[in-house]
Design a protein around this ligand. Structure first.
Ligand SMILES: *Cc1c(COP(=O)(O)O)cnc(C)c1O
Length: 411
């Protein structure tokens, strides 16, 4: 028989745990702050809270609010908090999902079903997104048979007039990001809103990576352009708790300007032998641990805790921004939150990336334009100077390795 992960006889936990540690030994060492992707590192104390809360409710199931009023209440409080942070008007509503992709899926589905309820077109729909919008929109389009029109950005931001020109009678939704993942820049949501209101299309703001960061950055004194429900055309917003909300993975939120809109999010499926299955999102089983950890982290941090963590993020970004400029890099746009992308006009960023990787940094790169990309956590404030020192060395080796300018690289 082929060897499977299932041993013939059970193994005691005391043997399993060290094996798992060993398996993790080859993973990126994110706790040391050298990872600028996948991870939101707000320190070991917060990690303790996440884990303890997750463990307490790891068997419980958010599918059954009647069985687990605890989880239902936590979710209610989380949603109310998110709505308040995003300037939602009276009567707004929302729910929790497993992540940004599901939140975006639910927003598109809700918009579609709302349009149907109003007698709008039933097929051949399209949504119009900036080229920097997350691929989750494409996935939603694939599954729901909705055409996704990606419109090239202008000066790295949503090109509102080009997006408007792409609107037709079958346009369901237009999208702006707050911020977009590639550059960390806020799209011009107010201008998108004017178009949405004038052309009577749904405006979704994808604040997956900014929804729980931007409100606190603003409280800390940064003047951010309006991007949330304060902007009248914004009908829905996605915001991930498992990013800058510092919750355990598997927690996101999606919000709607009114209950009338939110009402179209749920799925009423069946019949089957148990009758009809009605769920608020795509999921059946929903991890109680993810809901509980998100709730606990919110309690643990509070407004001042979030403000302090988010200040570490923006401080780290400012340090790195100043440092890379000194080294001759060009920062793409004017980032205000936790993501920064920068390129070099004479050295291929990919060569620098390789050098940084060799020095233990695991981060992202952009292809268009070629650039280095960092998604910063509170922890990065401690290691920003190490990053910059390594970057200086990496730049020097990349320069040597390529004999000065990189052949074929136009910058
Ligand atoms: C992360 C992200 C998503 C997708 O969220 P997942 O939780 O990874 O599914 C969507 N949009 C933006 C802007 C993101 O940064």
């Amino acid at each position: 028989m082929t060897k499977t992960a299932l041993p013939d006889h059970g193994v005691p936990w005391s043997d399993i745990e060290p094996r798992m540690r060993e398996m993790g030994a080859g993973d990126v060492k994110w706790r040391d702050g050298r990872t600028g992707l996948y991870i939101f590192n707000a320190g070991p104390e917060l990690e303790q809270v996440q884990k303890a809360a997750y463990a307490m409710f790891s068997a419980e199931n958010g599918l059954g609010p009647a069985a687990f009023p605890s989880l239902a209440e936590m979710e209610r409080q989380i949603v109310a908090t998110g709505l308040a942070l995003l300037s939602a008007p009276e009567g707004a509503a929302g729910g929790m999902t497993s992540g940004g992709t599901e939140s975006i899926f639910m927003a598109v589905k809700t918009a579609r079903d709302y349009l149907r309820s109003k007698g709008g077109p039933k097929s051949g729909l399209n949504i119009i997104i900036p080229s920097t919008a997350h691929p989750a929109f494409d996935k939603a389009g694939m599954i729901m048979d909705i055409e996704v029109r990606r419109i090239p950005v202008r000066d790295l931001l949503a090109d509102v007039s080009a997006m408007e020109a792409a609107i037709d009678a079958n346009t369901l939704m237009i999208v702006g990001s707050a911020p977009c993942f590639p550059f960390g820049l806020l799209d011009p949501i107010e201008t998108l809103s004017e178009v949405a209101l004038r052309r009577n299309v749904w405006l979704h703001v994808d604040a997956c990576v900014g929804g729980y960061l931007a409100p606190f950055v603003r409280m800390n004194g940064t003047a951010l352009a309006p991007f949330d429900f304060a902007v009248p055309g914004v009908l829905s917003i996605s915001g991930d708790l498992h990013k800058y909300g510092y919750a355990s993975k598997g927690a996101s939120t999606v919000f709607f300007r009114s209950k009338d809109l939110h009402e179209h999010m749920g799925l009423d499926a069946g019949p089957w032998p148990l009758g009809r299955m009605v769920t608020p999102t795509l999921a059946g089983t929903r991890p109680g641990g993810a809901i509980a950890a998100a709730w606990a982290v919110m309690q643990y941090l509070g407004v001042d805790g979030y403000r302090a963590k988010q200040k570490l993020v923006t401080d780290a970004r400012e340090k790195i921004e100043a440092g890379v400029k000194k080294l001759g890099f060009r920062v793409l746009g004017q980032p205000q939150l936790g993501i920064i992308a920068f390129t070099h006009d004479s050295v291929n960023p990919m060569n620098i990336y390789v050098q940084m990787y060799k020095r233990g940094w695991f981060t992202a790169t952009l292809l268009e334009p070629p650039a280095l990309h960092l998604m910063l956590s509170p922890k990065h404030n401690e290691v920003a100077h190490e990053y910059l020192a390594d970057l200086e060395a990496a730049l020097a080796s990349a320069n040597e390795g390529a004999g000065g300018k990189v052949a074929g690289y136009a910058g």
